[in-house]
Write a protein that binds this ligand. Structure first.
Ligand SMILES: Cc1cc2nc3c(=O)[nH]c(=O)nc-3n(C[C@H](O)[C@H](O)[C@H](O)COP(=O)(O)OP(=O)(O)OC[C@H]3O[C@@H](n4cnc5c(N)ncnc54)[C@H](O)[C@@H]3O)c2cc1C
Length: 381
């Protein structure tokens, strides 16, 4: 049986980055994913925010043009335009980006096993014995530490006896080409409790591609029907007459905040598996990068010292303290169902003080906390 220091389940952004960092620290790392190719079944729009773009060197050719402008629409389609002098958003070309991250991980020494599904694990002394399924056939491996980077519905979380996501919204989108762009690249956001109950409908056009999507609580809408209706309603905003669909994407987005119990002596959770998504904006890419960087430090220290104290810093309770206001705003978004009330709230956003709040929500730099000092000292946004 092959044995590793760390086995990582899930080659999304979180698992890919962590695997490289651990291999660079000279640990023996196995990365598995049930997908045959990372360009298949991408489920994210891939919008990276300014703070991520500034702090992480993402390959230039994996990012679309910068977006400075946002239009926020009320249910009655009254528009509020917001502009930032900064490059606020860039849409990642995610299949290419995942492949680039994988190449770097393999170069750093990571062993990569595609088409491999995590099934279960048993704990034996200070190791975990894993049953994985490679192209349908069972394979057994041993590891000192197991990482669940396997997304919102994490099987690893269950196997390790760690917390699991209980609240999520679903998102569905189409990626289109051949849509003319009038004016600068723009992120159109629509508050509409019918098309996107508890979240947003969006159309982001960066000059090369357009992503049109809806998100919301699954019990309250039919995402397929809502997306069809939303797309049909965009005449006058985007000219879709010659548009061709190049991809369909979708999935669950956990919005209950970072889970509390995300690490134990056998393993830890990362990214969506840890609930590390902004409960307000549903952005999870920045948390993937920040949390995996921090997890790498914690894991290296733990495997070196074998002291359980090393894992105490990787506690969801520490992170949750940073998300109080965003969790509170999530409750409000989940509760407000009346289009009239949202219409009034949108009208109020024209008042300068509330417009600056909207500006802050879209362009603010409050993202997932960097660990260490910032975790303790940065104000909650
Ligand atoms: C429609 C939609 C749009 C979004 N748009 C944005 C956005 O624009 N910006 C933003 O910041 N966030 C966005 N998010 C959220 C963001 O995409 C996620 O937070 C982020 O991608 C999570 O990455 P991850 O690495 O944790 O998990 P994932 O990307 O979900 O990766 C998990 C991997 O684990 C693998 N896996 C799962 N189970 C197993 C198993 N048993 N065995 C082996 N492999 C397994 C899967 O195949 C997958 O590759 C969006 C989410 C959705 C659904």
């Amino acid at each position: 049986m092959k044995s590793y220091d760390v086995v990582i389940v899930g080659a999304g952004l979180a698992g890919l980055q962590l695997s490289r960092l651990l291999a660079e620290s000279r640990l023996r790392v196995l990365l598995i994913d049930r997908k045959a190719s990372l360009t298949q079944a991408v489920h994210t729009t891939g919008i990276f925010v300014r703070r991520t773009l500034e702090d992480f060197a993402l390959p230039e050719d994996c990012l679309g043009p910068a977006v400075h402008d946002v239009s926020l629409y009320s249910p009655g389609r009254r528009k509020l335009d917001l502009h930032s002098p900064h490059e606020e958003f860039r849409v990642g070309r995610m299949g290419l980006l995942y492949e680039r991250f994988l190449d770097s991980a393999i170069q750093a020494g990571v062993e990569w096993m595609p088409e491999t599904q995590f099934v279960e694990c048993s704990k034996v002394n200070n190791r975990s014995l894993l049953t994985i399924r490679k192209s349908g056939a069972p394979v057994y491996v041993a590891t000192r530490y197991l990482i669940g980077a396997d997304g919102a519905n994490s099987r690893v979380a269950r196997a390790l006896g760690l917390d699991e996501n209980r609240e999520w919204i679903v998102g569905l989108e189409e990626v289109l080409e051949n849509v003319p762009l009038e004016g600068p690249p723009r992120f159109h956001c629509f508050l509409d409790p019918h098309l996107a109950p508890g979240y947003l409908a969006w159309a982001v056009h960066d000059g090369q591609q357009v992503h049109i999507g809806v998100g919301g609580y699954s019990a309250r809408f039919d995402p397929v029907e809502a997306l069809r209706e939303f797309r049909a309603s965009l005449a006058g905003i985007l000219d879709l007459s010659n548009a061709s669909i190049v991809e369909r994407r979708g999935g669950r987005i956990p919005v209950g905040g970072v889970l509390r119990h995300i690490a134990n002596s056998h393993g830890l959770l990362l990214g969506d598996a840890a609930g590390a998504v902004s409960p307000l904006t549903a952005g999870g890419l920045d948390p993937c990068l920040r949390l995996s960087k921090y997890a790498a430090e914690v894991i290296v220290d733990y495997l070196r010292t074998e002291k359980p104290e090393s894992l105490r810093a990787y506690s969801g309770d520490l992170f949750r303290a940073r998300f109080v206001s965003r969790l509170w705003m999530r409750r409000v978004l989940a509760t407000v169902r009346s289009p009239e009330l949202i219409e009034v709230a949108c009208a109020l956003m024209r008042v300068p003080v509330l417009k600056s709040f909207a500006h802050h929500v879209f362009f603010g730099r409050g993202s997932f906390p960097d660990m260490g000092n910032e975790l303790v000292t940065e104000p909650v946004v």
